[in-house]
Design a protein around this ligand. Sequence first.
Ligand SMILES: Cc1cc2nc3c(=O)[nH]c(=O)nc-3n(C[C@H](O)[C@H](O)[C@H](O)COP(=O)(O)OP(=O)(O)OC[C@H]3O[C@@H](n4cnc5c(N)ncnc54)[C@H](O)[C@@H]3O)c2cc1C
Length: 423
Amino acid sequence: MDFEVTVIGAGTAGVVAAIQSARAGARTLLVEKNALPGGTTTSAEVAFPGLFHAWGKQVIAGIGWELVSQCVRETGQSLPDFETPGRPHYSYQVRIDPFVYGPLCCEALSLAGCKLLFHTMIANAEQDSDFWNIQLCTKTGLKTIKTAVLIDCTGDANAAAMAGAELRRVDNPQPATLMCQASGYDFDGLDIETINRNFEIEVRAGNLSYTDASWNTEAANVGTWLSKHGQNANHLKAANAQTSEGRTALELRAQKSLLRLCRFLKTQKGLEGLRLDHVARETGVRETVTVIGEECITADDYVSGRLWKNAVCNAFYPIDLHGDQGSGLDCRQLQEGTVPSVPLGALIPRGCQNLIVGGRCISSDRLANSALRVQATCMATGQVAGALGALSASTNADPWKVDLNSLRRLLTDHGAIVPDWPA
Ligand SMILES: Cc1cc2nc3c(=O)[nH]c(=O)nc-3n(C[C@H](O)[C@H](O)[C@H](O)COP(=O)(O)OP(=O)(O)OC[C@H]3O[C@@H](n4cnc5c(N)ncnc54)[C@H](O)[C@@H]3O)c2cc1C
């Protein structure tokens, strides 16, 4: 066997999964298609992980929290005041520097002893008796490795699909967003009303789209884009972003949208000097597919704060479904005191052996997933996936059959919070 655990996707969840697996003593390989770890947190520059705290108390900790708080310390930034509840949920997210977070992940992965393979994608997964033959597409050709356990942290269930998992697809996925950082203007000196009026004329002429500059689908709202300097301020149709073809079409739409917006903005008074200091390396995708797992978290489970009998971590965020109507966001807060949990079976693709998922594509219905997809929860499920993989490999038990008390012990030994199970 080349590896006991192989994690595909070194993103928000995958980094944590691989560190946990390696720290638990498993020979671990982490495969990533990009040039650095962090995924949506670094490559798409969605660098405000939420939510580790709920109602004034920490509900998610462990390796994700360790990396995030180390990043805050190293950059001299400060953590939000978590102890005072009652502010908008997004004010409890932790602002981190994505340019520091990536290197910190590299350091932690190396220290844990993970073998890393960047610029590599999974090409196929075939099960032999008690191991996987994983075909990888490297820069110099296809290469096959053997691994006992396969963990999918691609966000898109690419590896799980190749390994035979059934997927839950949606017709019209949530829009994606291309992050950028614009400068070269004084926001307070701008005549936003006139800019919006001019923008509206261009939308009506078919030269621009409302969502080039906002989430709103029915009115010009360029002021928000300008005040946020382009951060998390547009919406892009994200059909089939699970595939290379769909993803390419999305990236082209995103670049085109940004280019036409900047061309328009530079014609407006006070924006002649507008420039892009940087643009995220890839477009941030909110939704593609989820796996059909041994258990599925429904919106009812989520909003009622169901405590599963095999809960492996907490989750916390409002239902947060982006769409292509009206304001572009359906946000529903949880009732005070509610903290949803994640059952083991949401990480286990139904009927599959030695296969685990972590991150955005865990088994959940659409509304529940709109909340479960956030980064703190992805990191928590990533840590569970890594611990489960390592335990499964060391005990020769399928991940679905791993002893839950041993899993709890391993996770809590590594700083994670595992909810108390109901009696
Ligand atoms: C615009 C936007 C705003 C958001 N806002 C927030 C917010 O405010 N707070 C919050 O907490 N969350 C937010 N989220 C959600 C959150 O960022 C993501 O859902 C989460 O980061 C997904 O984590 P993941 O590990 O599942 O996937 P990712 O972080 O995307 O990681 C997947 C990794 O797998 C790699 N990969 C993919 N396919 C393959 C393959 N076939 N072979 C090899 N490698 C592969 C990718 O390159 C990537 O590194 C937002 C998301 C977006 C897009």
